[in-house]
Design a protein around this ligand. Structure first.
Ligand code: EPU
Length: 420
């Protein structure tokens, strides 16, 4: 099993190119299932979850190749098996994104129910309820969601969907399903993340009629047919945020190509309050950091609030900053798995329910730690970059799921990091 060996204490200098967003590329790949015409997606990151999604759609009879320039050409004209089997879904919950488009285009879909995962129970009952409201008949049998349209119907029916909580992939499933439904669908309490906007923009290029994406109320007028398109995946705000935290922690001066300030508001505010200098430069962001930072309390919320996907990485920064602060996780019930590992490196953190109290220490010391999920792994890498001596991060397959060449990018800007 691959591990990362990090020798900490090197400031970072130079330039990093931020890849396309994992959490946009995954729904975009599923959106390509909505048409029989070829779709070209550009700027698709090379990471394990994308490889899994490509495997999932190929398994359905779709042609899809990830070219060396980062583009993927998808031809779903011969899609024959509208199914997402357990073997693939268990490794990537985002497979549930196949449900909406398959149901909309074929009137049937069989998708394994994703189980819980390291960060929480993560049920999908909102996806099921919303699609049922659009007229789908869905039963859960033998661990699978078996969905079909009632006898005599060929399309889903537009309706009003108000979810009990804001759900990102739920909103994405409804957007894709509603694009081909009959009549108007209104999504209330919709997620507003940049990845939702990216998907909506792709669907509009395919001929969908969507308004209000980027707000909590999205209106979709269903069309009978969608077409092929050529679409560039938006830059990964979480990858950019991760590199911002890494530079903030180690000190240095780095330009992040393609990073977008408008997608990182809450994170940039906290970094600036901590004492990090961040400025917009042509085509990206420049981050400069020197000396010890000031710890920042924060609470994760839906976009445009502080992202749960940045909680662990910012906590790694708080751990070595001045002062005692609180970190409150409101999205997932179990997203503090990195805490015990950070403690192994010398961090002082106490957890009380949804709140982690962090008391900044002057230094961390290298140790062997274990990655437990994707963003937890990233936080351990950041901690390793500042710890004295050697840190080994075990089980980095979690990191490979969601970061495109993270250690190569870090090495290029001066980190002493290698895969062993
Ligand atoms: N929820 C339910 N029932 C549902 C749907 C959601 O109870 O039917 C709950 C979840 O358990 C959670 C909250 O609602 O407590 C929000 O979950 P959401 O549905 O928004 O999460 P998701 O769509 O499964 C996406 C990202 C996650 C990111 C969350 C929150 C993708 C592929 N995944 O997950 O990304 O943390 O939104 O922003 O877009 C990651 O990249 O590391 C990652 C976990």
């Amino acid at each position: 099993m691959d591990k990362l060996l990090i020798r900490g204490g090197h400031p970072l200098h130079g330039e990093v190119t931020i890849s396309g967003a994992k959490n946009a590329a995954l729904p975009d790949l599923c959106a390509a299932l909505l048409t029989a015409e070829p779709v070209v997606l550009r700027n698709v990151p090379r990471l394990q979850d994308v490889a899994t999604m490509l495997q999932l759609i190929r398994n359905m009879g779709v042609e899809a190749e990830h070219a060396s320039d980062g583009s993927v050409r998808i031809d779903a004209s011969r899609l024959s098996t509208p199914e997402a089997p357990y073997e693939l879904v268990k490794t990537m919950r985002a497979s549930v994104l196949a449900l909406g488009p398959l149901l909309a285009r074929f009137g049937e879909a069989t998708v394994s129910l994703p189980g819980g995962c390291a960060i929480g129970s993560r049920p999908v009952e909102q996806h099921i309820k919303g699609l049922q409201a659009m007229g789908a008949q869905i039963v859960v049998e033998h661990g699978y969601m078996i969905a079909r349209l009632p006898e005599g119907r060929t399309r889903l029916q537009g309706t009003r969907i108000t979810t009990d909580m804001v759900t990102v992939t739920g909103t994405e499933n409804f957007l894709m399903a509603a694009a081909l439904a009959e009549g108007e669908t209104v999504l209330e309490n919709a997620a507003m993340e940049p990845e939702i906007v990216d998907l909506a923009e792709m669907l509009i290029k395919m001929g969908a009629r969507i308004e209000g994406h980027g707000t909590s109320r999205i209106t979709i007028q269903g069309v009978e047919r969608l077409h092929g398109c050529d679409h560039q995946v938006v830059a990964d705000r979480i990858e950019a945020g991760t590199f911002l935290c890494a530079v903030a922690a180690t000190g240095g001066d780095v330009v992040l190509r393609h990073a977008r300030a408008d997608h990182l508001g809450a994170v940039l505010d906290k970094l600036r309050d901590a004492g990090v200098q961040i400025e917009a430069v042509e085509g990206g962001l420049r981050v400069k950091s020197a000396g010890r930072l000031k710890g920042q309390s924060f609470r994760t919320t839906e976009y445009p609030g502080f992202p749960t996907d940045m909680q662990a990485q910012f906590m790694a920064l708080n751990v070595i900053s001045r002062g005692a602060v609180s970190v409150t996780e409101t999205i997932f019930e179990n997203r503090f798995m990195h805490v015990n590992e950070l403690v192994r490196l010398g961090a002082k953190i106490q957890i009380d329910g949804k709140v982690a109290m962090v008391e900044g220490v002057e230094r961390l010391s290298g140790a062997t730690v274990m990655a437990t999920d994707l963003r937890a792994s990233a936080s351990l890498v950041i901690a390793g970059l500042v710890a004295t001596g050697e840190t080994v991060v075990d089980r980095i397959y979690h990191l490979d799921r969601g970061y495109d060449c993270m250690e190569a990018k870090l090495r290029a800007i001066g980190a002493d990091i290698e895969r062993i």
